[in-house]
Design a protein around this ligand. Structure first.
Ligand code: SF4
Ligand code: FES
Length: 264
């Protein structure tokens, strides 16, 4: 066997090699941020009152992180709901600087921290403790619109077929996570808790426009009530508040049209 020796590649003269300088990654800096939280402990307080807390936070921290820090470092009695911490369960809707948002999806860098950030419970539902409200009236309205598929005929032996176009009709309203940010930002709901509210109408829309469903008339009858869709004054607060970007006002308009023409 013969071995062929390859000629060596001449090394570059050292003087021609330009050192690569990597740009320095800026190190995030924690800043003191003050939160003004509307506290209410029913065992001790006659009325809710505001309390300030200051915690060190990074710009990419969320308001939920701040609340957890306040609870850990300042006052363990601070009460709020949260579960998934990733915008899915809908349990941490609250009013942050006067706007309904999910605490787990609101970043410190997106809020003005030059003055205290106000945090309070969502409005229009009975306040139970600190940032926690009684959600039962909200879910009662949700249950009334029959938020489940009502199929017709016998149980099928294979899946119920639906075209892509038919599925698209209610795609937007399937995204609801029942956080109540829309209903509790609605001025009609604030003054009239009998009003079904936007979230219940969104839930109804999801099934009314589903081609596999046969319960639309029953739902439309429920929403034809004087506390149903006709109470909506199209203020768009609900659409602005929705953390899922659902076009709620449009969905409400579509339900109104379905009621007028009884055609879905
Ligand atoms: S429609 Fe939007 S704001 Fe209303 S409950 Fe559903 S996810 Fe929350
Ligand atoms: S904690 Fe689940 S949506 Fe925010």
């Amino acid at each position: 066997m013969t071995t062929t020796l390859l000629p060596e590649t001449p090394a570059e003269p050292a003087s021609n090699v330009t050192p690569v300088v990597m740009p320095e990654t800026p190190v995030p800096v924690a800043t003191d941020v003050t939160f003004r939280i509307r506290r209410y402990q029913p065992d001790f307080d006659e009325e809710p009152h505001w309390v300030d807390y200051t915690v060190a936070l990074y710009p990419t921290d969320r308001v939920l992180t701040a609340l957890e820090k306040i609870k850990a470092e300042h006052d363990g009695s601070l009460t709020f709901r949260r579960s998934c911490a990733h915008g899915i369960c809908g349990s941490d809707a609250m009013r942050i600087n006067g706007r309904n948002r999910l605490a787990c999806k609101t970043l410190v860098k997106d809020i003005d921290i030059s003055k205290p950030i106000t945090v309070e419970a969502i409005k229009g539902l009975p306040l139970e403790k600190d940032l926690v409200v009684d959600m039962e009236p909200f879910f009662a309205a949700y249950r009334q619109v029959l938020p489940f598929l009502i199929p017709e005929g016998h149980e099928p032996t294979k899946e119920r077929i639906q075209s892509a176009e038919d599925r698209a009709r209610f795609d937007d309203t399937t995204k609801c996570i029942l956080c109540a940010a829309c209903t509790t930002s609605c001025p009609v709901f604030w003054t009239n808790e009998q009003y079904f509210g936007p979230a219940a109408i969104v839930a109804a829309h999801r099934f009314i426009f589903d081609s596999r469903d046969a319960g639309s008339n029953a739902r439309l009858e429920v929403l034809n009530d004087k506390e149903g869709v006709w109470r909506c004054r199209t203020t768009f607060n609900c659409t602005d508040a929705c953390p899922r970007g659902i076009e709620i006002t449009k969905a409400i308009q579509e339900v109104k049209q379905a009621l007028i023409f009884r055609r879905v």
